[in-house]
Design a binder for this molecule. Structure first.
Ligand code: ZN
Ligand code: ZN
Length: 361
C-alpha cells in the first residue's frame, strides 16, 4: 500500500467532513485492507483528522506492523471496539461515525460503551465510494487476476466433453489459477450444465455433461488482493436452434451494454441498452438480474449496473457487463466481460475470446 495510503486517507477525510463526523471507525475487512493494507481477520481502523490507527490483537502484532506501515498499531486484548471507542473518546472525538452496513448491533453497543461521551453516527459508503474508482495500479492487479482466469478457462474448455463432471472441470480451473499464482478463486467456480445452466447462481455438482447441453462457466481469480470475474457459455457436441438464437441475442446485448459504457453514463441507462434488446426479442422476463457490478477487492462492489440505477459511471470504475437469458427447459446463456471505464468508452480486461456464435465443444 505505502504510497497509496496517504491520498486515500486525504480523500476519506474530506468525505468525513462532508458527513460531519470527526472520527470514523472502519470495520469492514475490505475497507480496512483498502485503507491500510492490513489483511488479518480481526481488526478495526480509527480515522480522525490527524490520526490513522489500526486496532487488532496480539495474533496480528507482526502482521499489522508489516502490512499497515502508515498506521499506528494498537493491540486490544478483548472487546476490540470498546478499545477503539475509548481511544476515540480520549482523543476528543465528538461525532464518531461507524459503517452501518457492516457493524452488527452487539459490536455497535461495544463501541458506544467505549465512547460514552461521543455521538455515534451511522455512515454508509464512505470508503466504498472511494474504492469504486480504481487507480492504474489497482487496474493492473485486476488485470492480473483476469489473466489467471483466462488461462484457467482455456484449460477447462479443453476438458468439456460428454461424461466429464461439472465438479472436476471446476476443480481443474481452480487448481490451475492457484498454481499460476492466484491467492484463491474469487468465488466458487461455477460450472453449470444442461438444465442447471438455467440457474444464474448455480452450485457446481457431480452432474456429467451430455451431448446437447449448454454449459455456463463463471470464474474469477483473486491476485494481490483483487478479484476478476468472467462468464462464457458453450454447447456440448450440438446446440438446438433456440440455444443458438438465444446465444446470439445475449451476445448482442453484451456488446450493446459494453458500447454504452463511458464516464458520465448513468448505470441504469447502460443496463437498459442491453436489456432493451432482450426485451424486444421477447425474453425480458428471463433476464432477472442486473446487467453488471463493480469488481475490485470484493467481487461484488460499487457501482451496480442495475435497472433504474441513477449513479453515473466515472473513469476508473471497473465493472462487469453480463446479460443472461435463463430458460427452464433449454438451460441458460450468460456472457460476462470485465471492463475499466474510460472517459470516452471502456477497455476490456478479460482476455478470453467471446464468440458471436455459440462455441460447440
Ligand atoms: Zn461472474
Ligand atoms: Zn459477475
Amino acid at each position: 500500500m505505502g504510497e497509496e495510503a496517504k491520498p486515500r486517507l486525504a480523500r476519506l477525510r474530506s468525505r468525513m467532513r462532508d458527513s460531519e463526523v470527526d472520527g470514523l471507525v472502519v470495520s469492514a475487512p475490505a475497507n480496512i485492507f483498502y485503507l491500510s493494507g492490513f489483511r488479518g481477520s480481526s481488526g478495526a481502523l480509527l480515522i480522525t483528522p490527524d490520526r490513522a490507527a489500526l486496532f487488532s490483537d496480539f495474533r496480528y502484532r507482526l502482521q499489522a506492523a508489516e502490512q499497515a506501515p502508515d498506521f499506528a498499531c494498537t493491540e486490544v486484548e478483548r472487546r476490540l471496539l470498546d478499545g477503539v471507542g475509548r481511544v476515540a473518546g480520549e482523543g476528543g472525538v465528538r461525532r464518531l461515525g461507524y459503517e452501518q452496513g457492516h457493524l452488527v448491533c452487539g459490536r455497535r453497543d461495544e463501541l458506544a460503551e467505549g465512547a460514552p461521551d461521543a455521538e455515534l453516527v451511522a455512515t454508509s459508503d464512505l470508503v466504498e465510494g472511494l474504492r469504486a474508482v480504481k487507480s492504474p495500479a489497482e487496474v493492473e492487479r485486476i488485470r492480473k487476476a483476469a489473466r489467471l482466469a483466462d488461462r484457467a478457462l482455456a484449460h477447462m474448455v479443453s476438458l468439456l466433453c460428454p461424461g466429464a463432471r461439472e465438479r472436476d472441470i471446476a476443480l481443474e480451473g481452480e487448481f490451475l489459477m492457484r498454481r499460476e499464482g492466484a491467492e484463491a478463486a474469487a468465488f466458487d467456480v461455477i460450472v453449470a450444465s444442461g438444465p442447471r445452466s438455467a440457474l444464474p447462481h448455480a452450485e457446481t455438482t457431480a452432474r456429467e455433461l451430455q451431448p446437447g447441453d449448454l454449459v455456463v462457466i463463471d470464474i474469477g481469480a483473486r491476485a494481490v488482493g483483487y478479484c476478476s470475474d468472467m462468464t462464457r457459455t458453450f454447447a456440448v457436441k450440438s446446440a438446438p436452434p433456440e440455444a443458438r438464437e438465444v446465444y446470439g441475442l445475449v451476445y448482442r446485448a453484451q456488446r450493446a451494454g459494453t458500447a454504452a459504457l463511458r464516464g458520465g453514463a448513468v448505470c441504469g441507462e447502460v443496463d437498459a441498452a442491453a436489456r432493451s434488446l432482450i426485451e424486444e426479442a421477447g425474453y425480458g422476463e428471463h433476464f432477472g438480474h442486473g446487467l453488471g457490478h463493480g469488481v475490485g477487492i470484493e467481487v461484488h462492489e460499487a457501482p451496480r449496473l442495475g435497472r433504474k440505477e441513477k449513479t453515473e459511471l466515472a473513469p476508473g470504475n471497473v465493472v462487469t457487463v453480463e446479460p443472461g437469458v435463463y430458460l427452464a427447459e433449454m438451460g441458460g446463456v450468460r456472457l460476462e466481460d470485465l471492463l475499466v471505464v474510460a472517459p470516452e468508452g471502456a477497455r476490456v480486461l478479460t482476455g478470453s475470446p467471446m464468440e458471436p456464435e455459440i462455441p460447440i465443444v
